[in-house]
Ligand binder design. Structure first.
Ligand SMILES: C[S@@+](CC[C@H](N)C(=O)[O-])C[C@H]1O[C@@H](n2cnc3c(N)ncnc32)[C@H](O)[C@@H]1O
Length: 282
């Protein structure tokens, strides 16, 4: 296509998203973006009235919606992932009382921090929060476009104030399928494996208030059933590699991801809408 920023190359029956200008080499790793099709010089997200574009001012990928779901207020708009708005400075934001901090095993008054493998990077928000608590976090994202947008958000946050730069300095984002990544890991590489698969949405929660980025992920990726190969594969590998525990984020209304006789969450740390189920390593 030859436009600034990215190229979509047709390769037999798949597409390759390659950023050609203004971005770092890691985009070369992005491949097989089956969801992008070329239409009149634009990379259109298939089945989804949106295009992937290059924001010249910000030097970042941007998704521009050509039509928006009525549930999202019907307004046109655009989307970039953003980590800079996450509260890690106020007393509440910093608080180690947050359920996610407790779930990964952080104790107040103890300087030890678990090394975390976040197998479902997504918008990077949970990984960022854990990094803000001082954890070294490796994040894996399987979807090329989500990976690219998160890479942008991490770079952008790294150019922010020193505090933000320090936090994202503890985040190591890698592309790929986390099940494969975990199979290739040295044993004891991570204390905690963190999973937050896409969950089915409760109908009454579909509202104009749904955050645009979450709505986007749902449209792009659908959701994982609790018994899908992905969910089961993630959990089984996670239990096999976590040095201390596996933490699974679930909406409060959903049952535990895995709740079999020999694999029940040992503890659950509840927040307002989500809880964090803890499965200790056997
Ligand atoms: C619900 S989102 C995660 C949101 C994230 N916890 C956050 O705070 O922004 C789930 C993400 O996990 C990714 N994912 C699901 N299964 C994966 C796998 N096997 N390997 C890598 N990424 C995966 C999806 O592509 C999606 O981006």
């Amino acid at each position: 296509m030859g436009r600034v920023g990215y190229n979509v190359l047709m390769q037999e029956d798949s597409f390759r998203l390659a950023v050609t200008k203004g971005a770092a080499d890691h985009y070369a790793m992005i491949s097989d973006v089956g969801e992008l099709v070329e239409d009149q010089g634009q990379a259109v997200i298939k089945g989804f009235d949106a295009v992937v574009d290059w924001d010249k001012n910000d030097e970042r990928l941007i998704v521009r919606f050509l039509k928006m779901d009525k549930k999202m207020g019907g307004k046109l708009g655009s989307l970039q992932f953003d980590l800079t708005g996450i509260d890690v400075k106020s007393g509440h934001g910093r608080s180690l009382k947050q359920p996610i901090a407790k779930a990964v095993g952080i104790k107040r008054g103890d300087a030890w921090r678990p090394k975390v493998l976040d197998c479902t990077a997504g918008l990077g928000e949970d990984g960022f929060l854990l990094a803000a608590f001082g954890c070294e976090v490796t994040l894996i994202e399987q979807h090329p476009l989500v990976y690219a947008m998160l890479r942008d958000a991490i770079n952008k946050a790294g150019q922010g104030d020193e505090g933000l730069a320090e936090i994202v300095g503890r985040m190591d984002l890698r592309p790929g399928n986390a099940i494969t990544t975990m199979r290739e890991l040295e044993s004891d590489a991570y204390d905690v494996v963190y999973l937050d698969p896409m969950y089915p949405e409760k109908k009454r929660h579909v509202s104009a208030r749904t955050k645009k980025s979450i709505w986007f992920l749902r449209q792009l990726l659908g959701h994982d059933e609790a018994d899908s190969d992905n969910t089961v594969g993630l959990f089984e590998q996670a239990i096999a590699v976590a040095n201390k525990r596996v933490v699974v984020k679930r909406p409060n209304h959903a049952p535990p991801l895995i709740n079999e006789a020999h694999k029940k969450p040992e503890a659950s740390h509840k927040g307002k809408s989500f809880r964090f189920d803890v499965y200790p390593r056997h």
